[in-house]
Ligand binder design. Structure first.
Ligand code: ATP
Ligand code: MG
Length: 414
């Protein structure tokens, strides 16, 4: 029954996996906040236009990967494949361009019709930051530093490499483009069909090709560095100088181009060798042309997105679930008092499990399976005394505690 399977390329986030995701999101949000980024959320679907215009008609995402549909009102809509376009749209439609600079953090599901494999899904999740309205290279340094701080806080510092490149300004890119077209034209008959198509419309894309034959040709292609004008060189020098000052290690990757059309100046990726083929965990860059492309005012922008699934796989130990305290009533008469006690302790901030039936032994077994830290046993004797029996489930030590003193005594189990 195919309808009882998850759709290919989607997955369920069951509690352990969800805890890994949560950890990535919580760490990222907390660190982004320290850099002054505010959390936002845009809709999961937008008019298809939003992505077509900004990602460019020749990008892989637009040509092959978009989940698009026509709704009942006849609108062409697309499930977002990435976050930047929606945020740029929100900037324009919300009139926020008056308030620049703005700093946004977001996270959530993204959708791309890709060939599913380890670390590559059709519904996956990203964390993402966007810095809007900062044209200078100090913006690039901050955005990269924030990404690095998050990856470091997650414990990945010694497993990641920051790969860095510059795509220069418009003038430099035009000069490079001309040289690239000339170079690839000379090898056109050996290029893949995809890349032949990219040759006229977006030759930079060929550098990003995953085709083996293309890669061999690309190895000899002219380098961007030789076409950068003075302004672009100096911009990039300030970026690398800032990273040096912050002791953030990086590797210059002259072939690194980002998959999307609107990037300029700084392009970067954090990669790891620990995940096999899908080794890029975070990618980003400067996209000064994007907001204008969408019909808004010229607005500088830089940001990154990171795949939560890939980061979650890198976490050594999934954070354990919170250890509860088990409230264990013994006998009919204890049921009601136990119910009330559980609610009172939850109100005081404790995690309480109230078993759903069975005798003392059965309930204690269940408490152990839930990794409860302690049990509060409530039987006839205890009720008569106005107290409970507290059993520490690690040491087995047991003591009587008066009901009135319970919150205080339980503080270590919070
Ligand atoms: P790739 O080269 O792996 O296809 P990309 O350039 O398409 O990556 P971006 O659009 O830059 O990726 O997205 C940023 C990050 O989101 C990637 O570095 C990766 O961690 C994650 N990501 C992208 N696509 C997927 C996917 N299909 N499944 C899981 N994670 C993904
Ligand atoms: Mg991709």
């Amino acid at each position: 029954m195919s309808s009882l399977q998850p759709v290919r390329g989607t997955h369920d986030l069951l509690p352990e996996e969800m805890r890994r995701h949560r950890r990535v999101i919580d760490v990222a949000r907390a660190i982004a906040e320290r850099y002054g980024y505010h959390e936002v959320e845009t809709p999961i679907f937008e008019f298809s236009e939003v992505f077509q215009r900004t990602l460019g008609d020749t990008s892989d995402i637009v040509t092959k990967e978009m989940y698009s549909f026509t709704d009942r009102g006849g609108e062409r809509l697309t499930l977002r494949p990435e976050a930047t376009a929606g945020i740029a749209r929100a900037l324009i439609s919300g009139g926020l361009t008056q308030l620049l600079p703005l700093k946004f953090f977001c996270h959530g599901p993204m959708f791309r019709y890709e060939r599913p494999q380890k670390g590559r899904l059709r519904q996956f999740h990203q964390i993402d930051i966007e810095l809007l309205g900062v044209p200078g290279p100090e913006g690039d340094v901050e955005v990269i530093a924030c990404g690095y701080a998050i990856l470091t806080a997650l414990g990945f510092a010694d497993r990641i490499t920051l790969e860095l490149n510059t795509l220069g300004d418009g003038e430099s890119r035009r000069a490079y483009r001309t040289a690239l077209v000339e170079f690839f034209k000379a090898h056109e008959d050996r290029l893949s069909a995809d890349s032949r198509e990219r040759l006229e419309r977006n030759p930079l894309r060929i550098l990003d090709s995953k085709d083996e034959g293309d890669r061999r040709i690309v190895a000899d292609a002219p380098l961007f560095g030789d076409f950068l004008n003075e302004a672009s060189r100096s911009f990039f020098a300030t970026v690398t100088g800032g990273l040096d000052a912050l002791a953030i290690p990086y590797k210059l990757s002259p072939r690194l181009v980002r998959g999307l059309d609107y990037y300029c100046h700084t392009a970067f990726e954090f990669t790891t060798e620990t995940l096999g083929a899908q080794g890029t965990v975070m990618g980003g860059g400067r996209y000064d042309g994007l907001v204008e492309t969408m019909g808004g005012p010229a607005t500088a922008g830089i940001g990154w997105a990171a795949g939560i699934e890939r980061l979650a796989m890198m976490l050594d130990d999934p954070p354990p679930p919170r250890r509860p305290i088990a409230v264990v009533p013994v006998g009919e008469a204890a049921a009601r008092p136990a119910l009330k006690l559980a609610e009172r302790l939850r109100g005081a901030g404790f995690a309480i499990e109230l078993g759903y039936g069975g005798n003392l032994g059965k309930r204690m077994k269940r408490a152990n399976r839930l990794n409860a830290a302690a049990a509060l046993i409530l039987g006839e004797d205890e009720i008569a005394r106005g107290g409970v029996t507290l059993r520490d489930l690690d040491s087995g030590a047991q003591e009587q505690v008066a009901l009135g003193a319970l919150e205080e005594r339980l503080a270590p189990y919070r």
